[in-house]
Write a protein that binds this ligand. Structure first.
Ligand SMILES: C[S@@+](CC[C@H](N)C(=O)[O-])C[C@H]1O[C@@H](n2cnc3c(N)ncnc32)[C@H](O)[C@@H]1O
Length: 274
């Protein structure tokens, strides 16, 4: 089989199980160079141009340092669209696509104002705006670098999203929205040791981690921010789903529902008609 495939596989195998490393090698070849799995198996891989060879070497260097492939190639797929990603933003996760589907279904044919709190790459806000063009979508983040990436994605994907620098933990009380959606940081510091090295080493810790002393800190603010909204939709830490539900109920929400993700984990909280 082809030399460039083997080069990638040998480097990716340093960090990933063999099966995953193979999938990642094929992903890079196809996404960046348009070389398919069939080309590789049939040993029909074309020669790379000088420019492509330089890019290939750069990608090999990046993944050789343990960088996740999405950062190494500079993009990730979310809801069938290509989002630019870099170590300033979380790599969008498949579970979050389910959160978007939930909100999009609930807001269908409604002209709501929507806030995506903690937007990162902008994947939630942009996907919602493209699914619900009649809605006004605002996205906020505390990180200016994340907002710059979200802005680039919004422009390239043609989504008219309002971007604001805001801190969820002291969000202005006079700003209200019909729908609040958020995938806030929810991984406890103590869970770090069980996470993949690539995640710990490259993904932004401000996007991931919360202190063990106050793991629901973001949900406390979201529960206050959402009080005037028609619906609140959050992604959450499966291990803290019930505590998160109690927190919203203690804030006076009447219909707080926990939904499972495709992996069967308690992953989403939604409040409706409160
Ligand atoms: C788990 S990431 C989610 C990113 C994106 N929405 C997604 O689903 O891929 C959480 C995001 O919240 C942002 N964030 C962290 N602390 C924040 C704060 N106090 N106020 C606003 N945003 C914050 C991070 O910068 C990060 O982009």
């Amino acid at each position: 089989m082809n030399a460039i495939y083997h080069k990638l596989l040998s480097v990716l195998s340093l960090y990933s199980e063999e099966r995953e490393a193979r999938a990642e090698a094929f992903y890079i070849l196809e996404e960046v160079f348009g070389i398919t799995r069939t080309d590789v198996y049939a040993d029909k891989v074309r020669n790379l141009s000088g420019e492509e060879q330089r890019l290939f070497n750069e990608i090999v260097d990046r993944v050789g340092q343990g960088m996740p492939v999405q950062y190494a190639v500079g993009h990730s797929w979310f809801k069938g669209r290509k989002f630019s990603v870099n170590p300033d933003v979380l790599i969008p996760r498949p579970e979050t696509e389910e959160l978007v589907d939930m909100v999009a279904a609930w807001c269908k044919n409604k002209s709501y104002t929507i806030l995506d709190a903690g937007t990162g790459s902008g994947c939630i806000a942009i996907s919602l705006k493209l699914a619900l063009p009649q809605c006004t979508v605002t996205a906020c983040d505390i990180s200016e670098k994340a907002l710059a990436t979200a802005s680039e994605n919004a422009e390239r994907l043609g989504a008219d999203v309002i971007l604001e620098k805001q801190d969820i933990l002291c969000f202005p009380s006079d700003k209200t929205f019909d729908i609040l959606v958020s995938n806030p940081p929810y991984v406890c510091e103590s869970e770090k040791s069980s996470m993949q090295r690539q995640v710990i080493g490259f993904e932004p810790h401000t996007a991931l981690f919360v202190s063990d002393k106050d793991p629901l800190i973001f949900y406390k603010s979201l529960a206050v921010m959402g009080k005037t909204a028609k619906g609140v939709f959050c992604e959450l830490n499966a291990a803290l789903a019930l505590q998160t539900q109690f927190l919203f109920e203690a804030e006076g929400y009447k219909h707080v529902v926990i939904e499972k993700d495709a992996f069967g984990k308690n992953r989403f909280l939604k409040t409706e008609f409160h």
